[in-house]
Design a protein around this ligand. Structure first.
Ligand SMILES: C[S@@+](CC[C@H](N)C(=O)[O-])C[C@H]1O[C@@H](n2cnc3c(N)ncnc32)[C@H](O)[C@@H]1O
Length: 292
């Protein structure tokens, strides 16, 4: 079974959903925000004219509040540039066509349901005209294959998605044969691949680390007080929950649904034990490329 036929973040907005367990990724998006802003600003420096319709793709958009946060961030950056230009006013800002890409099993319906309120918010923030200048659509498929016609995208964004590999097959037989198709390259490996492939110039490559429990304290739970033991427990559960939201679809295919609660409960305890001995960190790479 191809991973791409199985993989999806947990759907909907329930307790185990990705939408409810994506604050770590949200934090990373916010840390990478200055690089996103700089990269877009540099790409449109020296009054480089915007196309009439700016086409944006988000690869591996999933379905969570993060999806539209990234879209609105990019729109906001472009709009700010266009406002700053002395000869361009807000109504000269381009139209935006946004392609949200993910694998076909992604919960695109949840995103579509949130679009009317997103457009409403845009209208409120930026005026009626602007609100009707943004067109969001989905592009289901694997970003390891062809998704768009040649040279049709102006900005392509992707966050926390490229570590999923393409061709690995999930072996049906045994635990020994089970292969989680993830790979986390280091800076040098990424640089080499970009150079060898040759289509892109590397503009920026910044690395930073985030603790596994980054995003545990969110605006919603910032007033909760835990004692030490509860704090450890809640942090372990937080980590196990976001791993579940991302990995469950692949694990279920291999081991069946019935063991999932037990598996992730045990994982929470393992994480707590392990974090007492070692400070676990995710390594994040923020990369900006321009097409040659
Ligand atoms: C951890 S989520 C990140 C979602 C979102 N970008 C964020 O930062 O919250 C990774 C997403 O990448 C998608 N993905 C993985 N491999 C993919 C592929 N080959 N093509 C398209 N999407 C893929 C997964 O389905 C998943 O929704």
């Amino acid at each position: 079974m191809e991973v791409e036929q199985v993989l999806h973040m947990n759907s909907g907005v329930g307790q185990a959903s990705y939408a409810n367990n994506s604050s770590l990724q949200r934090m990373v998006i916010s840390i990478a925000r200055p690089t996103l802003k700089e990269s877009i600003t540099e790409a449109y420096c020296n009054n480089k004219v915007f196309p009439e319709c700016l086409r944006i793709a988000d690869l591996g958009c999933s379905s969570s509040p993060n999806t539209l946060t990234v879209v609105s961030e990019i729109i906001h950056i472009i709009e700010a540039i266009s406002c700053q230009r002395s000869n361009q006013q807000i109504d000269k800002s381009p139209a935006f066509q946004v392609f949200l890409n993910d694998l076909p099993m992604n919960d695109f319906n949840a995103i579509f349901r949130s679009l009317p309120s997103f457009y409403e918010r845009l209208k409120k923030e930026k005026g009626d005209k602007f609100g009707t200048n943004c067109f969001i659509t989905a592009m289901p498929g694997s970003f390891y294959g062809r998704l768009f016609p040649n040279n049709s995208m102006h900005i392509v964004h992707s966050s926390y998605s490229l570590h999923w590999l393409s061709q690995n097959i999930i072996e049906a037989e045994s635990l020994d044969k089970f292969n989680m198709p993830l790979y986390f390259p280091n800076e040098k490996e990424v640089e080499n691949v970009i150079q060898e492939e040759g289509s892109f110039s590397l503009q920026k490559l910044n690395a930073f680390e985030t603790a596994w429990d980054t995003g545990f304290i969110t605006i919603e739970n910032s007033d909760k007080k835990y004692n030490d033991d509860d704090d450890k427990l809640e942090r372990g559960k937080y980590i196990s929950d976001y791993m579940r939201a991302g990995l469950e679809s692949v694990l279920v295919k291999q081991f069946g649904e019935t063991v999932m609660d037990e598996l992730f409960q045990r994982l929470a305890y393992k994480v707590i034990e392990s974090m007492a001995k070692e400070k676990w960190q995710h390594k994040n790479l923020v990369i900006s490329l321009t097409k040659k």
